[in-house]
Design a protein around this ligand. Structure first.
Ligand code: ZN
Length: 247
C-alpha cells in the first residue's frame, strides 16, 4: 500500500474517534440540561401542590367559620322558640330551625370532604417531595460525573488533535483536500477497502482494470460510484480490521 494511503486509513480512524469524542462532549451537557429541566418542572409542580393545599386549608377554615355562625343562628332560634306563644308561629320556627340544621349539616359534610382532600394532597406532596429529592440527588451526582467526564474527554481530544496534526503532515496537501472533500459528503468515510473487486463503501463493483491497478499499489484510485479513495487489503487483514471495528 502507498504510505500516504496507509496514513489516510489511520487518519480516518482517528477522525472517527475525534468525531465520537466531540459528540460526547456536546451530548453530556445536553443530558444534564434535560435532567435540570425535569427538576425545575417538578419544583413548579411541588409549588402548585403546596398552593392547592393552602387553598384547601383556607376553604376549610371559612367553612368551619360558617358552621359556627350557623350554630349561633340555630341557638338563638331555639331561644326565641321558648318565647313564642302562637302555635302557627311555633311550627314555622321549628321548620326554620330544621332548615338551618340541614344547612349546617351540609357544611359539616363539606368540612369532612375538605379534610379528606387535604389528606390526599398531603400524601401527594410527601411523594412528590421524595421524587424531587431523588431528582435533585441525581442532578447533583450526574453533574459531578459530567464535569469529570468533560475534563477527561477534553484532555483526550487535545491528545487526539495532536496525533491528527502529526498524521496530516505525512499526507500530501492535494490528497488531504480530496480526503476532506469526500469525507464531508460520505458521512465521515472517505477511504474504503476493496475486497474481490467490491468497494466496501458502497458495495458496488469497481472496474476490473481499477482492481488490477489497485493491487499494484502505485496510484490513488477512487471508486467510480461513491468516489471514495480505495485501498486493497488481503482478505485476512480485512476481516480482522472489520471485526475490530465491529466490536
Ligand atoms: Zn464505492
Amino acid at each position: 500500500m502507498l504510505p500516504e494511503l496507509k496514513r489516510l486509513v489511520d487518519l480516518q480512524e482517528l477522525d472517527k474517534i475525534i468525531q465520537e469524542v466531540t459528540q460526547s462532549l456536546a451530548r453530556l451537557p445536553e443530558e444534564l440540561a434535560a435532567e435540570n429541566a425535569a427538576l425545575a418542572e417538578m419544583q413548579t409542580e411541588s409549588e402548585a401542590r403546596a398552593q392547592e393545599l393552602e387553598n384547601l386549608k383556607k376553604q376549610k377554615l371559612e367553612t368551619e367559620k360558617e358552621v359556627a355562625e350557623m350554630e349561633e343562628g340555630i341557638k338563638s332560634s331555639r331561644q326565641r322558640l321558648m318565647e313564642i306563644k302562637s302555635n302557627i308561629e311555633y311550627k314555622a320556627m321549628l321548620k326554620e330551625i330544621a332548615f338551618k340544621e340541614d344547612q349546617r349539616d351540609q357544611k359539616e359534610t363539606r368540612v369532612l370532604e375538605l379534610l379528606e382532600l387535604m389528606e390526599a394532597q398531603n400524601q401527594g406532596i410527601a411523594e412528590q417531595t421524595q421524587r424531587l429529592q431523588e431528582q435533585r440527588e441525581l442532578v447533583d451526582r450526574h453533574g459531578g460525573e459530567v464535569k469529570t467526564q468533560v475534563t477527561k474527554l477534553k484532555a483526550e481530544l487535545a491528545g487526539l488533535e495532536k496525533q491528527r496534526k502529526e498524521l496530516r503532515k505525512g499526507v500530501p496537501a492535494p490528497l488531504l483536500k480530496r480526503y476532506e472533500f469526500i469525507r464531508q459528503r460520505r458521512n465521515g468515510t472517505a477511504i474504503s477497502p476493496v475486497h474481490e473487486g467490491v468497494c466496501f463503501g458502497c458495495h458496488m463493483n469497481i472496474l476490473p482494470q481499477q482492481f488490477i491497478d489497485l493491487q499494484k499499489g502505485v496510484e490513488i484510485i477512487q471508486c467510480p460510484h461513491c468516489q471514495r479513495i480505495l485501498y486493497w487489503q488481503e482478505v485476512e487483514a480485512l476481516e480482522e480490521g472489520l471485526s475490530r471495528s465491529a466490536t
